[in-house]
Unconditional design. Structure first.
Ligand code: ZN
Length: 421
């Protein structure tokens, strides 16, 4: 099935055997120990996923495998390959090295400082360089050469670059050419499938027009990645985009808590945020969902390891220096929310994301509920023991206090899942 399980695979950072994690934005595979360092640096440096225990969109995994097999790691270790660097005493980490400080220092230098990436000759105007690189990216994505594009992105090419003469973005080009792995890479680097070109068309439009059905469907998924991930976190399912269902809003069973004055006030506050601030909060919550899920996978896969958990835990979101200190503090506070509080926040964000996208949430809610129920009927829940109540997902509404909580179910499922590993 997968070409991945070959014994020759080694950790990109320490050359240790059998790497079981991937860094998606770096296009590499890494071992548990190095992964613990990657996690501590934050998603803005490295987006880690477990190769077996994290659900993968197939083409995203294919992108990482392709990059890894084609030597993407040399992008991050460019100057180490230069014989002159041997003179300087710089070297890769070894599998036998200690995580702290040896592996950690190497990994920080490699990805945080980009100490070994090939530097372009200095120019007076950085923006000119970035523009040139972005133009190169724009033309490279029509080919299948992923490493070239990752190299350009690593040097500062912009995934969302709008080409002034061509009137479109790299993702438009990749979509037109049916380059699904390039589209995955661009999306990891923040390309937006909903961007319009000079004639008002999106990359999704071009993928459909060109008959690239899988790519078109995948781009729709990418467009809803944030809210889909939040819904999946709570209820283990994603909306059925192909049938026009773009949001699942799980509902808490004990709505008494939902209806507390405090919760109402929080909801009001959320609704009053500008779109920009709401997007920031939603992204922060997404990062926290990722931290919690990756933590769960981490704990589940480390049972028999000698790693000391205290030194490898990521107790709250690492600081992203590009964010204000207020935002970083807010992000870290998300770790203090207990499962119920966090689920409530996630549901509020999902409801409000839907409201902001579709306008009045009650107007189309009935159709949406029906669609969700149809989806439930055709897709029996994995969990069987407490299915005495139907697994309703409903548009959050104060009039339905009796619905089963998918959120608490999901958290039960998670704790069950943890024990099972
Ligand atoms: Zn390693």
């Amino acid at each position: 099935m997968s070409k991945r399980l070959r014994s020759s695979e080694v950790c990109a950072d320490c050359s240790g055997p059998d790497p079981s994690w991937a860094s998606v934005n770096r296009g590499i595979l890494i071992c548990d120990e190095c992964c613990s360092v990657h996690r501590s640096l934050g998603r803005h440096i490295s987006q880690v996923r477990h190769l077996k225990h994290t659900p993968w969109p197939p083409t995203l995994l294919q992108m990482v495998e392709t990059l890894y097999n084609n030597g993407a790691n040399s992008i991050w270790e460019h100057s180490l390959l230069d014989p002159a660097s041997i003179m300087s005493g710089r070297r890769k980490a070894n599998p036998q090295d200690k995580v702290h400080p040896n592996k950690a220092e190497f990994i920080r230098a490699k990805y945080q400082m980009l100490a070994f990436v090939h530097r372009l000759p200095c120019r007076d105007d950085d923006s000119v360089t970035a523009k040139d690189l972005s133009k190169q990216l724009h033309s490279s994505v029509r080919t299948g050469n992923l490493e070239t594009c990752l190299r350009l992105l690593s040097l500062g090419a912009q995934a969302n670059f709008f080409h002034p003469e061509k009137g479109n973005t790299p993702l438009h080009v990749a979509a037109k050419a049916g380059q699904i792995l390039q589209a995955e890479l661009l999306a990891v680097y923040g390309a937006d499938p909903g961007t319009q070109d000079s004639s008002g068309k999106t990359p999704i439009d071009y993928a459909r027009q060109g008959g690239h059905r899988e790519l078109a469907e995948r781009l729709v998924e990418v467009q809803y990645e944030l809210t889909d991930r939040l819904a999946f976190y709570l209820c283990g399912r994603r909306p059925d985009h192909q049938n026009g269902q773009h949001f699942i809003i799980p509902q808490m069973a004990d709505s008494s808590l939902d209806l507390s004055e405090l919760a109402k006030a929080a909801k009001k506050k959320l609704q009053s945020l500008s779109n920009h601030l709401f997007e920031e909060l939603a992204m922060d919550v997404y990062d926290e969902v990722d931290r919690r899920e990756t933590d769960a996978v981490w704990l589940a896969t480390q049972n028999h390891s000698t790693l000391v958990t205290e030194t490898t835990a990521v107790p709250f979101l690492p600081v992203n220096p590009e964010y204000s200190s207020t935002r970083n503090q807010g992000r870290q506070k998300l770790a203090r929310f207990n499962a119920h509080e966090f689920a409530t926040l996630v549901i509020d964000i999902l409801s409000d994301a839907k409201r902001r996208q579709q306008g009045n949430p009650s107007s189309g809610s009935k159709d949406n509920v029906e669609l969700i129920l149809k989806a439930v009927g055709s897709q029996p829940s994995v969990e069987s023991q407490d299915n005495d109540q139907p697994d309703y997902d409903s548009v959050a509404s104060d009039e339905d206090p009796d619905l089963e909580t998918t959120a608490s179910k999901a958290s039960r499922q998670k704790s069950l899942g943890k024990d099972a590993h």
